[in-house]
Design a protein around this ligand. Structure first.
Ligand SMILES: NC(=O)c1ccc[n+]([C@@H]2O[C@H](COP(=O)([O-])OP(=O)(O)OC[C@H]3O[C@@H](n4cnc5c(N)ncnc54)[C@H](OP(=O)(O)O)[C@@H]3O)[C@@H](O)[C@H]2O)c1
Length: 383
């Protein structure tokens, strides 16, 4: 047994991969001890992300290939209190209140020290490509992953935004470089990434054209600052059974966008849906415009007509999470109240698989959080 004893953790094992309700089981596990450069955090609240759904399913590849462990604790977002620091950690101490960003890298190579840790050959997403995530009483992270918890937030608010918000920040601010007046098509605008993409557009003076599929999300994205909203249920972009695209409907969708922008196509398309939307994204993007993509919920094999890309000189940019500097800049906007967490539901620790299952079935809005050390909602605010 570890000198720090044992803890409760929601654990995924290789022999039960599948739906979150079956894959995630509550077990008692040794508390991990921090090694050099590492910090152990007592988790107060943990944010739910789509990567927990991927980890539970073992997709796109089984997590166990990366970690070498026979168990996996997911959870790439957390707020909490530092409870032990490993050798060599000098900037953080026991008792510090923190939020955690989910990028891990070696910290020693030229990419980490001069270019961008996202280019490190050992770059990985904490608790998706490594173990010891936040759906446990304690988690284990690299010291560089810590950010000060914004004092104005409760534990659950502070745990809700890191992964999706920091990803959206890099996509729009540093990759696509949105500018005032840009028209930005935001797929899934009422989801985890989309709610922050809409707010970032508003903050930068760009016009978010928010795509959603339910009435409650229409009101939400308007409140967050969307310039216009499209309900995708009004367009049959592809055949729901065969997946075959419907070009007339895609053209009508493009016409609807132009109707909202004063006759122009989108400067930037914010993509993460993948197979179901990518053809449309490339098509509706303006000449010299940019499609920026970080995920593919509906399928990884993307099919589009490249003539619309080259003839109109469009760009496709891949983007993946964010580096520590981007996380810190983005976190500051939260601390200043300029970007707000969008927390739709809070669950007790004992129900951790439930929000993951809801997420898999697209039954949620914004972000969901699981309370871990925090006993009830509303704790942790210091201002
Ligand atoms: N690379 C990275 O660093 C990174 C970071 C974060 C997330 N991701 C990935 O990005 C994806 C989205 O993450 P998220 O947290 O935003 O998930 P989310 O909260 O589930 O939101 C995704 C949204 O996509 C929309 N959507 C789903 N199926 C669709 C379809 N067939 N056509 C059009 N829209 C559809 C839904 O909105 P409506 O139904 O309202 O339209 C949903 O709200 C996931 O695959 C995740 O793994 C990658």
């Amino acid at each position: 047994m570890s000198p720090a004893g044992t803890m409760e953790a929601w654990v995924i094992r290789p022999d039960r991969l599948g739906d979150p309700m079956q894959a995630m089981q509550l077990e008692r596990i040794d508390v991990p001890d921090p090694g050099p450069g590492e910090v152990r955090v007592r988790v107060m609240a943990a944010g739910v992300n789509y990567n927990g759904v991927w980890a539970a399913a073992g997709l796109p590849v089984s997590i166990f290939r990366y970690t070498g462990y026979d168990f996996h604790i997911a959870g790439s977002d957390a707020s909490g209190i530092v409870d032990a620091v490993g050798p060599g950690v000098t900037r953080w101490k026991e008792g510090d209140e923190v939020v955690i960003h989910c990028n891990q890298s070696c910290g020693e190579c030229a990419e980490c020290n001069g270019r961008d840790p996202m280019a490190c050959t050992r770059q990985r997403i904490w608790a998706y490509e490594s173990n010891w995530g936040s759906f446990a009483e304690h988690c284990l992270v690299q010291a560089q992953q810590l950010l000060p918890k914004p004092p104005r937030l409760t534990w659950e608010e502070a745990a809700s935004y890191g992964l999706t918000y920091f990803t959206a920040y890099r996509m729009l601010v540093d990759r696509a470089r949105i500018r005032p007046g840009d028209n930005v098509l935001v797929w899934g605008a009422g989801g985890g990434l989309g709610t922050f993409a809409v707010q970032l557009c508003a903050l930068h003076g760009a016009n978010a054209i928010a795509v959603v599929s339910s009435d409650d999300k229409v009101g939400l994205v308007r409140e967050l600052g969307a310039a216009a909203v499209i309900d995708r249920r009004e367009f049959a972009l592809s055949d729901p059974d065969t997946g075959e695209r419907n070009f007339d409907e895609i053209k009508r969708f493009g016409g609807a966008i132009r109707g909202l922008t004063g006759g122009v196509d989108c400067d930037v398309v914010f993509e993460h849906v993948g197979a179901a939307t990518f053809f449309t994204s490339v098509f509706v993007c303006r000449t010299f415009g940019t499609v920026v993509i970080c995920g593919a919920t509906s399928g990884f094999q993307l099919d589009f007509d490249v003539r619309y890309l080259w003839m109109r000189q469009k760009s496709i940019l891949g983007s993946h999470f964010a580096n520590a500097y981007e996380c810190q800049r983005a976190n500051q906007l939260i601390a200043e109240g300029k970007i707000k967490p969008v927390l739709s539901r809070v669950f007790p620790f004992g129900e951790c698989p439930v929000p993951h299952q809801m997420m898999k079935e697209n039954q949620h809005v914004g972000k969901m959080v699981v309370l871990v050390g925090a006993e009830r909602e509303g704790e942790g605010r210091r201002e």
